[in-house]
Design a binder for this molecule. Sequence first.
Ligand code: PEP
Ligand code: MN
Length: 363
Amino acid sequence: MSIQLNLSPLSSYIPHQHPLIISGPCSVETEAQVHAAAAGLAALGKASVLRGGIWKPRTRPNAFEGIGNVGLKWLVDAAKQHNFLSATEVANAAHVEAALKAGVDILWIGARTTVNPFSVQEIADAVKGQDVPVWVKNPLNPDLQLWIGALERIAQAGITKIAAIHRGFAPNGPSQYRNPPKWDLAIELKRQIPNLEMICDPSHISGNRELLLPVAQKALDLEMSGLMLETHCTPDEAWSDAKQQITPEKFGELLDKLVIRKVEVDAKSLSELEEIRKQIDLVDEDIIEKIASRMKLVEQIAEYKAQHNITILQMDRWKHVIDRWNAEGARFGLAEDFISNVLQAVHKESIRKQTGRMNKREE
Ligand code: PEP
Ligand code: MN
C-alpha cells in the first residue's frame, strides 16, 4: 500500500539538469565567506541551489551555534547575485518567519528536528498558506515512520513542494561513515511514497572527504533526484563540519567523476521482485560493513593481547559471546543452528587474525 501525498516535482520549481545540485557551506560564517563559496560554485555552472546553515543544532553548548538572523541576508544576496535559489535549515516557527521574511527560497528540516513531532508540527503550522518548498531530512534514528510522519505533517499544511533528504543515521557501533546510510530505508521510503523525490546528502553520511564520491555515486545509482554537498573555500578553517567540506573546485572534480545515468521516468518499471532484490543487496552491504567493523575491533584486541602477553582464547569470554548471539538470534526468531554456524565462521576468522598477530610478535 503506497501513501498518497500531493507533491510537486523538483523540476517544477527549480529548473535544472539531472541531478539537481545543492551546495554551499555547512554554516554561514561571514558575508565574504558565503559570497566566495557562491562565486566558486557559480564558476562550475552545475549547482542550482546555494545552501547555508544559519542556526546550527549542536550537541554541546558553547560550540558555534550559527551566525543567526544577520546571516540570512548574506545567504539570500549571495544566491541572487549568482542566480541560485537559497536554502537553509529551520528548527522552529521563529526560524521559518525570519527565513521567509529575508527571502530564503527553500527551507529544510534537519535530522535533529525531524525526530520531534512537536517541532515538525510547529514548522508545519508556520509554513501553512505559504508557497515555500520544505525538504525533510531523515531523523537521526533509523525510524522510517518518523520520517514519513514529518513529511505528512508538512503535506497536511498544504505544502506540495516537498522532497526528502537522505543524510544517513546515527551509528550504533563503529562505522566508516559518520552516519551510516542504511540505503534500504531510503529505498523503502521511495517504495511507500513513489512520487516523493529524494536528495542525498553525502557530506553528513560520510563525515570525511574520501567517502563523498562513492556515496554520491551510489545515490545516483539508486535513482535519487539530487545531491546536497557542503563546500567551503577554506574547508579546514570551517567553523563547523570542517572534515567533510571540500572546495568548490574539488566539488567540480567530484561531479566530473560521477557516472550519471538517465533516470527511468516510469519508476514502476521495476518489478516487485527486483525491488526486493535491490533491498537485499543493500542489506548485504550493511552486513559486510558490520563484519569489517568487527574485524577492526578484533585487530585492536589482538594488538592489546600481544602487548600484554594474554592468551588468544579465553573460555569465559567465548561463552559470553555465544550466549549473547543465541539470545539476540532468538529475539529475532533466527534458528539456533544457523546463528551458531555464522558465529563459528566469524570466530574462526577472528582467531586467525589474532594468531597472525601473535606469530608476528614471535618472528
Ligand atoms: C546540515 O545540513 O548542516 C546539518 C546540520 O545537517 P543534519 O540535520 O543532516 O545533521
Ligand atoms: Mn553540516
